[in-house]
Design a protein around this ligand. Structure first.
Ligand code: PLP
Length: 394
């Protein structure tokens, strides 16, 4: 007999992937330019030139040096480069020993959760949320507790988070800039959350970890800066990935930061190494560890996303759609034109518009539009959005 849970995970349809597969078929039928595919979070801008140059440069080195296993936690060189970069940016004093290299944010999250979780523990997620959180939490035999964001602006509802904390609460996952809403959590709210978590830790005699999922840290459009959460709350894991900031999603490279101020930080770091081992991660890709060592401060070019964001937000609000103005990431959160977001997404398909229903993210009645696409796709899609709106007006 196979493992039923794994079978279900492998065969249950993911709305995002299904929509993407539908888009591929439809593009083959009617031409790529006629399908407005907003389903995925694949960055549309190329990786910076520094990355290309670093790869070419590394190819000059002896192959056995470039492609060899590194230590499980990552080569010392890349971890030192990341620690130095964080110290310059956030006025901190991290060292290579605080960092563990991973195969992207998904691994950073599953390893961090497994490092601290015991069966039966609870992790709080803020709905709407990245659907894989539930998979990672439940795979660690823990419970995913959904706490809704504030409905007017999709910011943190700190009172509701505090109310959801029980003696079994092991962690709270926060994602800012947020997928799918584009919200960036301001320092005042994160400070308030930190105070609430400390209050609960004292009251319950437990340790509650904040897991800061930050693959979109650099993708922001002005407004409030993205606060450095470990400076506000000591028991914070930072789960980072270069998938979005350097447009390297297929290369699988990221890290976990276990700040030295975390309670029992060295023991927790050892548990991170143990969880990575138990989950079968031998080491992050060696070539891309070396690339990151050389490109750690390469700028993320957000201008293309900014232009898309403005065209889409302006275009859709002018047509009468209700949209949450995104402060970061590259997604627009739009109210569906009927209560059933799945039905709305199906109707949108008739206009060749592929938008992800919010049910995938744990809430009803909205859709996510990924604007990490060509600017042309945004501009050419607006007449189709106008027709879709007209269908609901009559
Ligand atoms: N967390 C969030 C919020 C994401 O949007 C994504 C990817 O889209 C991930 C984690 C996973 O990132 P990675 O591809 O680096 O594993």
């Amino acid at each position: 007999m196979i493992n039923q849970r794994m079978y279900e995970l492998g065969s249950e349809p993911s709305a995002i992937r299904e929509l993407f597969a539908y888009g591929m078929t439809r593009k083959a039928e009617i031409g790529e330019e006629n399908v407005f595919d907003f389903s995925l979070g694949n960055p549309s801008i190329p990786a910076p030139k520094e990355v290309h140059d670093a790869i070419i440069d590394l190819m000059e080195l002896p192959p056995e040096q470039v492609h060899a296993y590194t230590p499980a936690q990552g080569a010392a060189g890349v971890r030192t480069a990341i620690a130095d970069s964080l110290n310059r940016r956030f006025d901190t004093t991290y060292s290579a020993d605080d960092l563990y290299m991973t195969v992207g944010a998904s691994a950073s999250l599953s390893i961090s959760i497994s490092a601290v979780a015991n069966p039966g523990d609870e992790f709080i997620v803020i709905a709407p949320y990245f659907p894989e959180y539930k998979v990672f939490i439940e795979s660690a035999e823990c419970t995913c507790v959904e706490v809704p964001a504030r409905l007017d602006d999709f910011q943190l509802n700190i009172e509701a988070i505090e109310d959801a904390i029980t003696p079994r609460t092991k962690g709270v996952i926060v994602n800012s800039p947020n997928n799918p809403t584009g919200a960036v959590y301001p320092a005042c709210d994160l400070t308030e959350l930190a105070n609430a978590l400390r209050r609960k830790q004292d009251e319950l005699g437990t340790t509650i970890y904040l897991i800061a999922d930050e693959p979109y840290r650099e993708i922001v459009y002005g407004g409030p800066s993205v606060p450095w959460i470990p400076s506000l709350y000591e028991n914070t894991f930072v789960c980072y990935s270069y998938s979005k900031s350097l447009s390297l999603p297929g290369e699988r490279i990221g890290y976990i930061l276990v700040p030295p101020a975390m309670k029992d930080a060295r023991r927790v770091y050892a548990a991170v190494c143990g969880a990575g081992r138990a989950l079968g991660f031998v080491c992050a890709p060696a070539l891309f560890q070396s690339v990151i060592e050389r490109c750690v401060d390469a700028p993320c070019d957000v201008e293309a996303y900014r232009a898309n964001r403005e065209a889409l937000y302006e275009g859709l609000t002018n047509l009468g759609y209700e949209c949450v103005p995104p402060q970061g990431a590259f997604y627009l959160w739009v109210r569906a034109l009927e209560p059933d977001a799945k039905a709305f997404s199906e109707t949108a398909k008739a206009y060749e518009l592929l938008v992800v229903p919010s049910d995938s993210f744990g809430v009803e009645g909205w859709v996510r539009i990924g604007y990490c696409v060509s600017h042309e796709t945004i501009v050419n899609s607006l007449p189709a959005f106008a027709e879709l709106m007209r269908e609901y007006q009559y």
